[in-house]
Design a protein around this ligand. Sequence first.
Ligand code: NAD
Length: 249
Amino acid sequence: MKDMFGLKGHVAIVTGSSTGLGQGICKAYVEAGAKVVGVDYVESTATKEMLGDNFHGIVANLMTVDPINDIVNKTVEIFGQIDILVNNAGIIRREDSINFSEKDWDDVISLNAKTVFFFSQAVARRFLEQKSGGKIINIASMLSYQGGIRCPSYTASKSAVKGITMTMANEWAKHNINVNAIAPGYMATNNTALLRADKTRSEEILDRIPAGRWGTPDDLMGTAIFLASNASDYIHGFTIAVDGGWLAR
Ligand code: NAD
């Protein structure tokens, strides 16, 4: 059983590795035996301190697709191969839809949807070259299922993530490439700092979570390992909610 979930000898790329859920996933993978390249537009200093030689940080702004090929090449140069990609880096902009700007639309769609697709494409090409298969895990959201309030570009981007996860799975499953997604519920990270600071919204949200608490990066670790391991070899195109029961309400 142990080997089924183990990642010994595997190499992962995790985007958005300096903090929050991405940092938690880097930690989970190293604890499961993998080497990890973390990508972020700021230094992943705390993650590096936590994980040492099993982690290599790359600073790159994923708001455009330009850095992707270099990151793929650098990962192969450092750790020899790629087995896992986690598209985790993401942003949210909050404003009434009536006032929402084109910039807040374009920025969020670029990072949360366009980069997710083209990073997956670059890594899938590498999997084909390696003749190895591999695992791609996209970070979706409750707003892959629901409309949300005051975050139209985020909802559009996360609905896109759920959709393209299925498209890519349909095309690449035959190459032993598993493309799946994790939809976190309401997690206590920088992403939700403004929401948690809004007393009314924060109470409304907490009231609706059956588990009775906000999630933490540790809550994602098991599912992130599962989808990266051999235990999920026949799972393709699915988005798994890790949400304290939010969607069940
Ligand atoms: P976070 O803001 O703590 O982390 C986001 C990470 O992405 C940070 O490390 C940040 O530096 C990095 N990043 C931002 N812009 C970047 C860029 N242009 N290039 C490279 N890296 C960049 O938020 P989080 O909650 O850890 O979010 C991680 C993912 O989980 C996101 O995709 C988010 O949408 C998703 N998510 C979060 C929640 C939640 O409740 N926190 C819920 C559902 C989905």
